[in-house]
Design a protein around this ligand. Structure first.
Ligand SMILES: [Zn+2]
Length: 313
């Protein structure tokens, strides 16, 4: 009888210990994994913007693997599972990611979905006087530093919905970051008021329409449409070379992450110098490892545009 009682006490004590340590390890895991808001983004700019807002209170994942061309990207089944498990999913809009539109219908309320183009008036393809056959809209809003500030607001709003307890922290970070974007915009305004030429000749796809419009520049690309998948015709390429000659321009810009064969042809034919104009859709493995930011990409673009358009201090 005494022995039985002794065992019962031991068992009760053991259960108490298991219960307490169990609770502790649960708390510990919660701190490590569950407290941070989990965010998945499609393109690099929203990845960078979301990181600027959440800092160490969130884990932001870029859906596109480094070096992958954004327009031809299709999510894997694992990507879809990850998105459904995330607290926040950020995408560019239906014209950039048509697959996201369908997928969103299957997502439940536990994932906040942010369309970064909300409240931004997208331009029809034909309105750029560039193409008259397609009927899509231009998705490249992130390349306009003023729209980038609106994008930060859209992302902030969604993140607060998903994690309201850190609202003040997120708001402050977003404000600080928008100030940097406003400074970037100011640099572009000042620079382009002093350039000799006002035309950007781009051997890549039509990505800088909003950017050029913002700063009163002309922008010429031989591509039809807003994707690099449909290659330009010889007629378009020769028109572009004629434009370059008549305007006295000697730089041909090429785009990131794609073999710049069109720019190369133009460079060889005209003797023009090839310079990168980075569209920031995605970044390379080296850029990811170096911790490159959207602002750094845009500042490098600014330096190369100074060179191509002729800038006098
Ligand atoms: Zn593009």
């Amino acid at each position: 009888m005494k022995l039985n009682r002794f065992f019962i006490i031991i068992i009760i004590l053991a259960l108490i210990v298991i219960f307490i340590t169990g609770c502790n390890s649960y708390e510990y895991e919660k701190d490590l994994y569950n407290d941070k808001i989990k965010i998945i983004t499609t393109l690099f700019p929203q990845y960078d913007f979301a990181n600027e807002i959440v800092k160490d209170k969130g884990e932001v994942k870029l859906l596109l693997p480094p070096g992958v061309e954004a327009h031809s990207y299709e999510p894997t089944p694992k990507d879809i599972v990850d998105i459904k498990k995330a607290d926040v999913f950020i995408y560019t809009g239906k014209y950039m990611e048509p697959w996201a539109e369908k997928m969103i219908k299957e997502i439940d309320d536990s994932t906040i979905v942010i369309d970064i183009s909300k409240g931004i008036e997208l331009v029809d393809e034909e309105d750029w006087e560039h193409n008259h056959e397609h009927h899509g809209k231009d998705p490249h809003i992130w390349l306009d530093p003023v729209y980038a500030q609106k994008i930060v607001d859209n992302i902030l709003e969604g993140i607060i919905k998903a994690d309201s307890k850190n609202e003040n922290f997120y708001r402050q970070n977003a404000e600080n970051y928008k100030e940097k974007l406003a400074e970037l915009d100011k640099k572009f305004v000042e620079t382009f008021s002093k350039v000799k030429h006002k035309t950007i000749i781009h051997g890549g796809h039509f990505a800088f329409g909003y950017f050029a419009k913002r700063y009163g520049l002309e922008y010429i690309s031989p591509y039809d449409g807003f994707s690099p998948n449909a290659e330009p015709t010889p007629k378009k390429i020769s028109e572009l070379m004629n434009n370059m000659k008549s305007l006295g321009l000697n730089v041909i810009y090429y785009e990131e992450l794609i073999d710049p064969k069109v720019a190369k042809i133009i460079s060889e034919e005209t003797g023009g110098k090839m310079l990168l104009l980075h569209g920031a859709h995605n970044i390379s493995k080296e850029e990811l490892e170096s911790g490159i930011s959207y602002i750094e990409i845009m500042e490098s673009n600014l330096d190369r545009l100074k060179e191509g358009l002729g800038y006098d201090e």
